[in-house]
Ligand binder design. Structure first.
Ligand code: ADP
Ligand code: MG
Length: 706
C-alpha cells in the first residue's frame, strides 16, 4: 500500500493541547491522587483517554438464578432468604438470595462492615452482579457488587455496558471512573486528535479516534456487546491497530537510529576456518545458514543486532564460538555472557577446548572470581591479551573495562533484562564504536510474536537438530506410580545410563526448593542403595555446584537430583532419562527447556512428567502438548494460546506486556499491515511517526533500544 501523505502546505497539527494537560486540571485530583496516578504512568488527560477498560459488566439485563452458569458473570435480583455470619477462621457473611425461578444464590463476603451486614434483613430486595462459582450449597458469588432496592422501587436496568478499568493502587474504582469521564468530556475532535490517514481507516472500515475512544469508554446502547466483551469491536481494533503501529514505529525507529552507529567490521575468517577443520562434527545446514547471516552482518561497519533462535540442542554455542573467532582474528575482543554460572562455566569449558589450541586466550569473569584471580582477569581484559571473555552478569559490572570489545554475545537472552543487554553494549565505545550484538535464545517465539517483539532485531533460526539424535519419548505419570518409576531408574542406571530427577516447587523461595531437593535426594539415595546419587541446587556454594555437575558430566554420578538450576543449557549427552516432579505446575516453556537436557546423545531418551492429580484443564493440555510434540515452535504457539503473549515474553524482555489494547494473540492478523504502513511512515513522515510513538509508547521507548 502506498503511504498516504499529508497534503503539502498543511502543517501537521500539534499534539492536541488538551491531551497534554496535567491531571491536576481535573476536579478531585490533589497531589496525593496525582502521585498515585503518576506511579502508574498516568500524567496527562491523554493518558486517561488511553486508559481503556479491561472489561465490561453487563447490567443491561437480569438473569434468572436458575439460568446462572458457573464462571459467567451475570446480574440477578431476588429477596434475602437467610443470613449467616461466621467468624470461625475469618469473618464471613453469607446472604442467601432467592428469586422467582425458585433458585437460591449465596452472596459471600469476607470483608464487610457491621452496618453493611445489618442491611441484609430477610425479605429485602437485592440486585447483585458478579461471577457465580460452585459453592457448598449451590452457586455463590464472592464479593458481588450490589444495590438494595426498596419494595416498590422500580429501578430500571442499565442501558449500556459498564466499563471496568484496570485498578490503580490508592485510587478507588469509582474515583477512577469519575476522572476518566471528566477527561473524556474534554476529548477534542478528530481534526486535532486523528493521526491515522483517512484512506486507511476507510479501507479497513475502522472508526476515527474520537469515535473509537468514546465507543470503548462509553459503549452506546446499540453497541455489539459480544464483540466488545471479546475485544474485537471495530473501535477496539482501531485502537489496537494504532497501538501496534506505534510500538512498531518505536522499535524500527530505534533500529534505524542504530544504523547511524559505527562498529568495527569483522571479516577475517581464518581462525573460524581452522576451528571448523578441527571440529569432530560437520555443521548442520541450518548452522551454516545462520553463520553466513552472522558473518555478513559482522563484515559491515554498522553494529549487528541479531537474534538467533534455536531449539535446545540445536548447536548455538559453536556458532557463537565462530563469531567470537571473527573478532579475535581481527585482534579485537568478544564477550560471551550467560545467565547462570553453571552455564557460563560450561561455555568456558567448550571455548577453551575449541579456541585455546588456536592460540586464542580466554578470560573468565563470574561472581565467584574474586581477589587476585579477578584482578588478573581484569588486567588481561583491559589490555586486550584476553581475546574472548566468558562470564555471567559479572561481565557488565563497573570496573570491567575492555580493551576493544567488538562483539557481545548474550546467551539465553530471555533470562536477562534489557538493561543488562544495554550495559554490555555500552562497554564498547572506543572511538564511538558500538559492539556488534549476537543474542541467542532457546525459547522459540511464535512468528507472529517475533514480528512484533523483535522489530528492532534481525532474526535467524537454527531450525534443525544435529543428526543422530533420537527423539525423546515423553511419558506422563501420576504421582502414585513413583515406586515403579524408581525401579525403572534403577534398571536404566544399571545399564550405564544417567538420569536427572528434577524437583520443582513453584512460588517458593530458593531455600524451600533447596530443602525439597535435599529431602528428595535423601529419599532416593535410600531407595536406590546401589546407585551413586548427586545433588545440585541454587543454594549450594558455587564450588559445590560445580563439583556436583562435574561428577555427573564425568559419569561418576548415576542420578542427579536437581532443581531447575539445570534448566538452562546444561549439556551431558550420556544423560538419557529425566523425571520432572510436579510437572503440572510448570509452564510449557520451562518444561521444554528442562526436557532439552536429555536426548542429546545417540541413546533413546525418556522424559517422565510426574504429576499430582487432579489435573486442571490447562495443566492437562500442557502435559498433553509435551507428550505429543518436541518441536519448540509448536510448543511456543501452544504456550501463546494458553498463556497469552504478556506472560510468554515477560515485561523484562520487551515492553510488550505493556500493551493497553492490543493483544498479540488476538490481533496478530493486523501485523502485516502495521509493518507496511509503518515502513512507509518512517520513510515519508517521520514527524508523524514520532507523534504516534509519543502518544502510545512514550517513556517506554528507551527499553526498546536495548
Ligand atoms: P544449544 O543450541 O542448546 O546451546 P549446544 O550448543 O549446547 O546447543 O549443542 C548441543 C550439543 O550438540 C553439544 O554437545 C554440541 O557440541 C553438539 N553439536 C553442535 N553442533 C553439532 C553438529 N553440527 N553435529 C553434531 N553435534 C553438534
Ligand atoms: Mg546453549
Amino acid at each position: 500500500m502506498a503511504t498516504p501523505r499529508r497534503p503539502t502546505g498543511q502543517p501537521a497539527p500539534d499534539l492536541a493541547p488538551a491531551g497534554a494537560s496535567p491531571l491536576s486540571t481535573l476536579a478531585g485530583v490533589g497531589p496525593r491522587i496525582a502521585e498515585k496516578l503518576a506511579a502508574r504512568g498516568l500524567g496527562t488527560l491523554q493518558d486517561l483517554w488511553l486508559q481503556l477498560p479491561r472489561g465490561y459488566e453487563d447490567r443491561t439485563a437480569l438473569t434468572p438464578m436458575r439460568a446462572l452458569q458457573p464462571g459467567v458473570a451475570a446480574q440477578v435480583e431476588g429477596r434475602v432468604e437467610a443470613v449467616e455470619r461466621g467468624f470461625r477462621y475469618r469473618p464471613m457473611l453469607r446472604v442467601a438470595l432467592g428469586d422467582d425461578s425458585r433458585t437460591t444464590v449465596v452472596l459471600r463476603f469476607f470483608h464487610f462492615r457491621a452496618a453493611q451486614a445489618a442491611q441484609f434483613q430477610p425479605g429485602v430486595r437485592v440486585r447483585a452482579y458478579g461471577t457465580p462459582r460452585p459453592g457448598q450449597r449451590g452457586l455463590e458469588i464472592v464479593h458481588p457488587s450490589y444495590t438494595l432496592l426498596g419494595d416498590d422501587d422500580d429501578a430500571g436496568l442499565g442501558d449500556r455496558l459498564d466499563p471496568v478499568y484496570p485498578t490503580v493502587d490508592g485510587v478507588g474504582p469509582a474515583t477512577m471512573k469519575r476522572l476518566i469521564a471528566q477527561a473524556l468530556d474534554r476529548l477534542p475532535g478528530d481534526d486535532v486528535l486523528e493521526l491515522l490517514p483517512a484512506p486507511l481507516l476507510r479501507a479497513q472500515r475502522l472508526p476515527g479516534l474520537r469515535e473509537a475512544l468514546l465507543t470503548v469508554h462509553r459503549p452506546p446502547r446499540d453497541a455489539d456487546v459480544s464483540a466488545l466483551l471479546a475485544g474485537t469491536h471495530p473501535a477496539q481494533r482501531r485502537l489496537a491497530f494504532e497501538e501496534l503501529l506505534a510500538h512498531h514505529l518505536s522499535m524500527r525507529g530505534q533500529r534505524l537510529a542504530r544504523q547511524g552507529d559505527a562498529a568495527a567490521p569483522l571479516a577475517d575468517d581464518r581462525l573460524a576456518a581452522r576451528l571448523r577443520e578441527r571440529l569432530p562434527f560437520t555443521l548442520t545446514a541450518a548452522q551454516e545458514r545462520v553463520l553466513a547471516e552472522v558473518r555478513a552482518d559482522l563484515a559491515r561497519p554498522v553494529p549487528m543486532l541479531r537474534l538467533v533462535q534455536g531449539d535446545v540442542g540445536s548447536g548455538k554455542t559453536v556458532v557463537a564460538a565462530m563469531a567470537a573467532l571473527l573478532a579475535a582474528a581481527e585482534g579485537r575482543q568478544a564477550a560471551l555472557m550467560a545467565p547462570t554460572e553453571l552455564l557460563a562455566e560450561q561455555h568456558l569449558g567448550n571455548l577453551r577446548a575449541w579456541l585455546e589450541p588456536l592460540g586464542v586466550e580466554l578470560a573468565w569473569l563470574a561472581g565467584k572470581v574474586t581477589g587476585r584471580g579477578r584482578s588478573a582477569a581484569l588486567a588481561r581484559v583491559a589490555d586486550g591479551r584476553a581475546r574472548v571473555v566468558v562470564g555471567t552478569h559479572a561481565l557488565m559490572q563497573q570496573g570491567v573495562a575492555f580493551h576493544d570489545l567488538a562483539l557481545a554475545i548474550i546467551d539465553e537472552q530471555h533470562r536477562f533484562g534489557v538493561h543488562q543487554r544495554l550495559a554490555l553494549r555500552d562497554k564498547g565505545g572506543e572511538g564511538g564504536r558500538v559492539p556488534h550484538q549476537l543474542v541467542m535464545t532457546a525459547t522459540p517465539i511464535p512468528r507472529t510474536l517475533a514480528m512484533a517483539a523483535y522489530a528492532d532485531l534481525d532474526v535467524s533460526a537454527i531450525d534443525e537438530l544435529p543428526p543422530g539424535r533420537t527423539p525423546v519419548q515423553t511419558v506422563v505419570l501420576a504421582e502414585g506410580r513413583r515406586p515403579e518409576l524408581i525401579e525403572r531408574i534403577r534398571a536404566a542406571c544399571a545399564e550405564g545410563r544417567q538420569a536427572y530427577w528434577v524437583c520443582t516447587i513453584i512460588d517458593e523461595s530458593d531455600e524451600v526448593v533447596a530443602q525439597a531437593a535435599q529431602a528428595t535426594f535423601e529419599a532416593l539415595s535410600a531407595a536406590l542403595p546401589g546407585l551413586r546419587v548427586g545433588l545440585v541446587h541454587g543454594r549450594m556454594k558455587a564450588a559445590e555446584k560445580q563439583a556436583a555437575m562435574a561428577g555427573f558430566t564425568q559419569g561418576d554420578v548415576d542420578l542427579l537430583v536437581a532443581t531447575t538450576v539445570i534448566e538452562v543449557g546444561v549439556d551431558v549427552p550420556n544423560a538419557s532419562l529425566m523425571v520432572i516432579e510436579n510437572a503440572e505446575r510448570l509452564g510449557l516453556a520451562q518444561l521444554h527447556q528442562l526436557r532439552g537436557r536429555v536426548g542429546r546423545g545417540s541413546e533413546a531418551s525418556t522424559c517422565v512428567l510426574l504429576y499430582q492429580p487432579p489435573l486442571s484443564r490447562m495443566a492437562r493440555e500442557r502435559l498433553e502438548t509435551m507428550r505429543a510434540t518436541s518441536d519448540g515452535f509448536v510448543i511456543a504457539e501452544k504456550d501463546l494460546e494458553l498463556r497469552g503473549p504478556g506472560e510468554l515474553l515477560g515485561t523484562r524482555q520487551t515492553g510488550l506486556a505493556a500493551f493497553r489494547v492490543a493483544d498479540l494473540a488476538r490481533d496478530a492478523g493486523m501485523l502485516p499491515l502495521v509493518h507496511e504502513l509503518g515502513e512507509g511512515l518512517l520513510r515519508d513522515d517521520p514527524a508523524l511517526a514520532a507523534r504516534l510513538v509519543a502518544r502510545w509508547v512514550g517513556g517506554a521507548t528507551r527499553y526498546a533500544s536495548a
